[in-house]
Design a protein around this ligand. Structure first.
Ligand SMILES: N[C@H](CCC[C@H](N)C(=O)O)C(=O)O
Length: 278
């Protein structure tokens, strides 16, 4: 079985192209292949599948074996994969995901290879019960939450997958490991949640670090960057477009007022291809 290792700002994936549908043992394969010591090593396992509604369908399994509805960094990798391999020759394509349906994707091509990808990530879901949270409010903004003996205030946003955004003094040096797991599995969140810790630097720049549901600390999270921008607008902290600066690099995020869609622009990269022996 051939695979390709790719990443979006250091959020890395094992990418499989050629299957007709999601294998029934995808969860077990994700746990095995994402393991950074006994396997290939990655934050997630990504399948590029045929679609009846779009050019391709993307399915994403976290390294703990749980399937996610959406993945911003992975969708940019999928777009680069299919164009650079010649499976599509258009610079405007569509990719279907569980969490956001058919998503328009714009490719920037330089010397015949994709250098940048702009993805329509769809409209954010702000209704508390649909995110989902147990909080029957819409939107869920600046709400108190306890973790251990500490209290935080959070804003919840779904980009097809759920996110909890918390503003802190210094996101870059924040102790993710102490608080990420407790908040990921907090009783407020029936499907668990991705947790973003953010520091707004100015109205167009946000530092963010992420503890991902099903994957732990990653170098970047595309949907998390989108959720952080939406949260920052809801809290009156930034303009409707801003740079979200992650450990692995920067994403440009826009929340368009006319169509209410969030647009994410950033890179994607190949690392190596390989063959899985057993
Ligand atoms: N761990 C996430 C999926 C990956 C999202 C992230 N890697 C991105 O780039 O959006 C979840 O369970 O919702």
């Amino acid at each position: 079985m051939e695979f390709t290792k790719m990443h979006g700002l250091g959020n890395d994936f094992v990418v499989i192209y050629g299957e007709k549908e999601l294998p029934s043992d995808a969860a077990e394969l994700a746990i095995k292949w994402c393991n950074r010591f006994f396997g290939i090593g990655a934050d997630g396992l990504v399948y590029i599948l045929p679609s009846e509604k779009a050019d391709f369908q993307m399915r994403i399994i976290n390294s703990d074996g749980t399937e996610a509805e959406q993945c911003g960094n992975a969708i940019r990798c999928v777009a680069k994969y299919v164009y650079d391999h010649g499976y599509i020759d258009r610079e405007q394509i569509t990719i279907e995901t569980i969490g956001a349906g058919v998503q328009p994707v714009g490719l920037t091509v330089e010397d015949g290879k994709v250098s940048k990808v702009r993805v329509d990530m769809g409209a954010p879901v702000l209704d508390g019960l649909k995110i989902p949270t147990t909080i029957d409010q819409s939107p869920v903004v600046d709400q108190p939450i306890e973790a251990g003996r500490s209290g935080f205030r959070f804003t919840a946003v779904s980009m097809g997958n759920p996110h909890c955004v918390i503003y802190v003094e210094d996101a870059v040096h924040f102790d993710l490991a102490s608080w990420g797991p407790k908040l990921e599995a907090h009783p407020f969140f029936p499907k668990k949640i991705n947790v973003e810790f953010a520091t707004v630097k100015d109205r167009e720049h946000i530092d963010m670090r992420v503890w991902e549901r099903g994957a732990g600390p990653t170098l970047a999270c595309g949907t998390g960057a989108c959720a952080t921008l939406v949260s920052s607008v809801l809290n009156g902290l930034t303009e409707r477009s801003a740079w979200v600066r992650l450990k692995g690099g920067d994403l440009f995020i826009e929340w368009n007022e006319e169509d209410n869609h969030v647009y994410m622009t950033g890179p994607a990269a190949f690392v190596f291809t390989g063959k899985i022996i057993e």
